[in-house]
Design a protein around this ligand. Structure first.
Ligand code: GLN
Ligand code: ZN
Length: 755
């Protein structure tokens, strides 16, 4: 028997995305949307037909956390009168009655869920209709359904409490959650429900985040009550081990427990205890977060080692987590060459692997299975020995590399830079990108399709750069940028030029709602063949006497936003990327570029879920950044940019990056975040985002002056830069022009007043 925790819902060709966008723009009605959703579910179940169960309620029109909030009537007050899809999408996307609920990252993935807002004024009420509909659909098609449901502890732990006491809200929520289970129990004689409790994988810290004194008793009581309703309850955790909670769950009457043995190998420590219980064990053994073909042989060995402890009859094979985090299938993938393609396995292929693994594990080896196993062995052998995954020159370079520090300490470097640059106080700059216009997008597309020549393309990009530089000069920005018109995406742009990366045509993964991303795939050793940004940046510099800031994406961000190979440790992959970026920095500085920004927008995303693993990550992430930047001469000023606002926990690491200047997202919190920098005695320079670029609103001169004054209360003027809080590529020129003009005017006024 084998099992998955969920299937990608967006559709093979992103049918759901298209249907949703048509629905939102009024081009299709509710029935049409529903019929597309139904046909997607049907197709996705068809792919799961050889599994023990097909997953039900893993499908969602937007997000599963939102689905559960909606099924419990946990709606924010501003949307109380709205119901049906109107209320549902109001929470997800906003409505004239009020702004949308926040979205945030689902644990350490790039999937974002809608954050429920809970208040003591809420009236929770269970509504099983949507689950019932999907359950009956699956049954009528002849499948055996298993319902996926987010566990109450995870749901509550991820929610935001708007008003009232946590305890009180939890107990109200719990009773309607139990009502929902009651309704679910009525669907069939013995309904199988898989409760996802990834919050348990954060260890006791995860439970702390519930902050309502939940102890083992609460967990035992609730899961016992759930079981009493007459369902088969399986509680699953993923993304890490959850040993502390396995121990608790084994004291309940639940039917089974699901553990991730890919990202939580330590779950092995619980095997003895599981063996002593009578519970079924779902062994998460096929990687649900990565895209590489499984090594069936070594997985079998691993399973055999588990089966030495837990009786085979009680073992069910499973994916490590929902397949939501990987693309649909390799079918029709044309851009990737056949060798690399053979190394890949997306959701549909993973299901096949699971059923083969199951057959082999149980000893049911017919000719099909045998053939698959042989082929799998070959593929893995080929991948391991291919020169594309083992480049001796790159490996030797990384092995021989000894981390050097920058030549001088910050105080000496900045003295040299200040002397050279002669910038005024409160220097102004931007984060890199300027508006991506339709013309610029079309230009890049035309080049890709071969509709224009390379030189026509270059002329178009240069024209944009000229306009961009001219505008910045006109309004008096101090440190200019070229505007990034040649980049579709800050990671893809570099990945496309680096060795070791491939790009798919259709390997989309849902990021949130209808938004999907197509992460680059790092299959081999990474290196740079030639300069990647030099031409554009030196061109821009040639147009102005002012300082022009070169723009690069940092190694940690490139890694964190890609599907990384699983046959080399992440820190090694990161070091390879770091050296490639170091080469680029060197080229830029040798060509006369004096300021270089190394963006680390996803630095924080790579933080591990469990606090005990943080140190190790920080160490290699930091080292990678330093490998890239250590090559900078003292006179080259290194900037970095991070677009989030939570620096409390990581400020020491930020400090250790030793960037000469860091620009951060602070606009929405006044000067609060900057205080963290002050508190630790941060000496390097800081550019706190002066206005929020995520909103179309144009900040007035007065707004900006006030914001600068607030910042000056925290840090001395010598340490501050003035800039927007992120890149401007998603904004329109009509918004960017007045906003930046107001910045330069406000800064002029402040400088005057400081004289
Ligand atoms: N330099 C990038 C830009 O301006 C940074 C983007 C980001 O922070 N996400 O677009
Ligand atoms: Zn940013």
């Amino acid at each position: 028997m084998s099992n998955i925790l969920g299937f990608p819902r967006i559709g093979k060709n992103r049918e759901l995305k298209k249907a949703l966008e048509n629905f939102w723009s009024g081009k299709c009605n509710h029935d049409e949307l529903e019929s597309i959703a139904r046909s997607l579910r049907e197709k996705h179940w068809q792919i799961q037909k050889d599994l023990e169960y097909v997953c039900v309620n893993d499908f969602s029109l937007y997000d599963n956390v939102l689905d559960l909030a909606y099924a419990l009537n946990a709606k924010p007050a501003r949307f109380k009168e709205l119901d049906g899809l109107e209320g549902y999408f109001a929470m997800a996307r906003g409505h004239k009655n009020g702004i949308a609920c926040e979205i945030t990252k689902w644990f350490n993935t790039n999937y974002h869920y809608v954050v429920p807002e809970l208040s003591s004024d809420d009236n929770y009420k269970a509504n099983v209709e949507s689950i019932k509909k999907q359950y009956n659909e699956a049954k009528s098609l002849g499948y055996k359904p298993k319902i996926s449901l987010i566990g109450i502890f995870t749901f509550f732990g991820l929610s935001k409490i708007i008003k009232g006491e946590k305890q009180e809200i939890f107990s109200k929520l719990k009773s309607s959650y139990l009502d929902l289970i009651d309704e679910i129990a009525k669907l069939d004689s013995e309904v199988v429900v898989e409760f996802s409790e990834p919050i348990f994988a954060q260890g006791l810290n995860g439970l702390d985040s519930l902050k309502c004194g939940y102890d083992r008793n609460a967990i035992v009581c609730i899961y016992n009550e759930i079981t009493k309703k007459g369902i088969k309850a399986i509680v699953s955790t993923f993304f890490e081990h959850s040993n502390e909670f396995t121990e608790i769950l084994l004291n309940t009457n639940i039917y089974g427990i699901g553990l991730d043995f890919i990202y939580g190998e330590k779950n092995k420590e619980s095997l003895q205890a599981i063996a002593k219980s009578n519970k079924i064990l779902h062994v998460g053994i096929i990687d649900g977060r990565n895209i590489w073909v499984a090594n069936i042989e070594s997985k079998l060995e691993f399973l055999d080692s588990i089966a030495k402890i837990v009786p085979k009859e009680r073992i069910i094979l499973s994916t490590s987590c929902s397949l939501l985090h990987i693309p649909f299938s390799k079918d029709g993938e044309e851009k990737i060459d056949s060798e690399i393609l053979s190394w890949l396995s997306f959701a549909a292929e993973k299901i096949k692997e699971l059923t083969i693994l199951e057959a082999a594990f149980k000893g049911n080896i017919d000719s099909n299975v045998k053939e698959f196993l042989e082929k799998n062995k070959q593929i893995n052998a080929n991948r391991a020995k291919s020169s594309r995954t083992n480049n001796k020159t790159i490996r030797d370079r990384v092995a021989a590399y000894k981390l050097i520090q920058r030549e001088l300490e910050f105080s000496d470097r900045i003295a040299i830079q200040k002397e050279d640059f002669k910038l005024p106080i409160l220097p102004t700059t931007t984060i890199g990108s300027f508006p991506q216009t339709n013309e610029i997008r079309a230009l890049r597309q035309q080049l890709k399709k071969g509709e224009i020549t390379e030189s026509q393309y270059k002329e178009g990009i240069k024209e944009y750069i000229r306009d961009c530089v001219k505008f910045q000069e006109e309004i008096g920005i101090d440190v200019l940028v070229h505007g990034e018109p040649e980049r579709n995406d800050m990671v893809e742009y570099f990945g496309e030029q680096l060795n070791g990366f491939v790009f798919s045509t259709n390997a989309w993964v849902q990021s949130y709602g209808s938004r999907c991303v197509k992460p680059p795939i790092i299959y081999g050793d990474v290196s740079r063949t030639k300069a990647m940004t030099l031409e554009w940046i030196t061109y821009a510099q040639s147009l102005t006497k002012k300082l022009l800031k070169g723009m690069l994406t940092g190694p940690v961000t490139i890694l964190n936003w890609s599907f990384a190979r699983d046959d080399l440790p992440r820190d090694e992959v990161c070091k390879q990327i770091a050296l490639a970026i170091a080469d680029e920095i060197d080229d830029l500085q040798n060509a006369g570029i004096k300021i270089i920004q190394v963006d680390e927008a996803a630095f924080k995303e790579g933080y591990p879920l469990r606090s005990e693993n943080i140190k190790k990550y920080e160490q290699w992430a930091l080292e990678s950044f330093k490998i890239s930047t250590a090559i900078a001469k003292p006179s080259t000023q290194i900037h970095t940019h991070m677009c989030y606002s939570e620096f409390n926990d990581i400020i020491k690491t930020i400090e250790a990056l030793d960037a000469d200047v860091i620009s951060i997202e602070t606009a929405r919190s006044g000067n609060e975040i900057l205080k963290v920098f002050e508190k630790v005695g941060y000496t390097n320079e800081v550019g706190p985002g002066i206005y929020d670029i995520h909103s179309p609103r144009i900040p007035s001169i007065e707004d900006i002056e006030n914001q600068i004054k607030a910042l000056l209360e925290v840090l001395p003027k010598e340490q501050l830069w003035i800039n927007p809080d992120c890149g401007l590529k998603t904004r329109k020129w009509e918004e960017v022009k007045p906003s930046l003009k107001n910045i330069t005017k406000a800064v002029e006024n402040i400088r005057e007043s400081l004289k």
